[in-house]
Design a protein around this ligand. Sequence first.
Ligand SMILES: [Zn+2]
Length: 224
Amino acid sequence: MPDNHSPSVRSYNMSRIKSSNTKPEEIVRKYLFSRNLRYRKCDKRLSGKPDIVFPKYRTVVFVNGCFWHWHKDCSGFVMPKSRLDYWKPKLKGNRIRDAEHIAQLQNDGWYVITVWECELKKNVRDERLKRLYKEIVNNKKGKKIKNDLLINLNRIHTTELGKERIKKNLSVNTDDIIKWCIRKIKKAKKILRKGKNWYVYFKDFYLVINANNYTIITGSLINV
Ligand SMILES: [Zn+2]
């Protein structure tokens, strides 16, 4: 780290380093490991290099420092008083980048969870970690919505353009792409609802289906 920090930030860093031997992401990883979850660390292949990646649950976790990631309405974030012309755009840039990474990951079908450093303070940590674990493994929302899709398979359709796109993207050669998709969906590894779409996952590809009108929007290969 270049030593161009304002004194207030430098002392902030020093106090953090002194007060805790365990980095926030280590606290989270250790807890989830103790609950028998297995993960990948800092996967460079994914947008924003998430701190913890759960391929099985198609979920990623970012553990963010409240200062560097500008946690809004948090006492852990104080804009440095000196060199504001340096710090403000820098920290704002971090925020914008974070938002872009999350959008990209969601677009790729990942469920994204952010854990803030302030949520790991001793008095609130246990509750947050338990909740995080549940959020990762239960995914009740996903299960319920999976049923919603599966009982409406007869409503699934797509446009001519959609048919061509799916065939091309997935290198499928069939006269009835809808029938092919429905057969696949019944055996999906995971079905998630994100915003207005379903994301239906298979070993090496996924389908995106509009949840309001059951139109298959696209199919894409999974590169990770
Ligand atoms: Zn915070």
